[in-house]
Design a protein around this ligand. Sequence first.
Ligand SMILES: Cc1ncc(COP(=O)(O)O)c(C=O)c1O
Length: 348
Amino acid sequence: MTPPRVSHRAGRIAAHRYADFPVGAGDMDLRGDGSPQLRVTAAVMQRTRPSPALTLGYGDVAGDWSLRNAVAELFGVDPGDVIVTTGASEALHLALACTTDPGTSILLPTPAFPGFAQLARLLGLHPTWYPVPGVLPHRNAGEPMLICSPHNPTGVVSPHAAPGDGWTIWDVSHTAFAPDDLAAIQRRLTATGVVVFSLSKLLRLPGIRVGCLITRNRAFADAAVTVKTHLSMSASRLSQHLAAEILADPATVPELAQRAQRIAADRDRIIDAVTSAQNLQLVAGAGTAGTHLLLQTLAGSDAAGQLRAAHIVGLPGTVFGGAADTARICFAQPVDVIDRAVKRLASL
Ligand SMILES: Cc1ncc(COP(=O)(O)O)c(C=O)c1O
């Protein structure tokens, strides 16, 4: 008897892990966020004693009100517009599932966070790719579109309004903690706008897996909550509790604001170093916001390989569906790492 095989669609899904790009002795790890945890996290973890009743049972599928309220305050929206998810990854899955049908088209950026292409494939969608950096594309009436801003891997920021009609999924997971940037998210909440955000990324706790969907469209919100019941049910209540406690601590906002300022200053230092390098350049338009930069070799050679020769480990552009002469680095790093990275990049 022939053993059953895994489905074609599952078999076609690709996933990269950081371990695929190992860091050797003496190498600098710029694959992802290596910045220190917020100081407030340790204090909150010490004093937080969540009750078994709170953390061991199922919670509301749309999320616990303590966290929905805290997120609503952060973005200046109604708590009822916020659905808490298991990371931005689940928010993205729900957003795609509730705005598209199998076999339909969707406009997706390229290069981009790999989850966009892979989830679209899993859901049986037909992506039409639009380049970033570049002008946002026109769309056919009703065609859904995903916009990632600040964009991973380039750091490009998109206009606040999407062209044409149809659902727009705004993945703003890399928004910095700056009042103007957070307030701008409201402008994306039109009747057809859906915002995807990573709370655990913002709080520098990616392992607690808390994200959210924000929308003012009731039909979408109802569908997303129904679908979510069959995915994660409620996000981990312990994680939600921790995130809500951290957001409510008076020390959090100043620390997040300070972190955002430092990251912006470090971005400038890294951009200066790349600009002075002989063999590397920034991908045009890159580096306006976020924590990532996409670098390109001038000679068209393998960018990740060139960085590796200088003992810098980034991620090849191909991970994001981009070209091999590009590589992504993440500059959310401790200060001593930035100092060393600046010297090494400038020498390339
Ligand atoms: C643009 C973008 N969206 C979504 C995610 C997923 O975030 P999370 O870790 O909260 O699931 C990531 C993760 O890196 C990302 O870069």
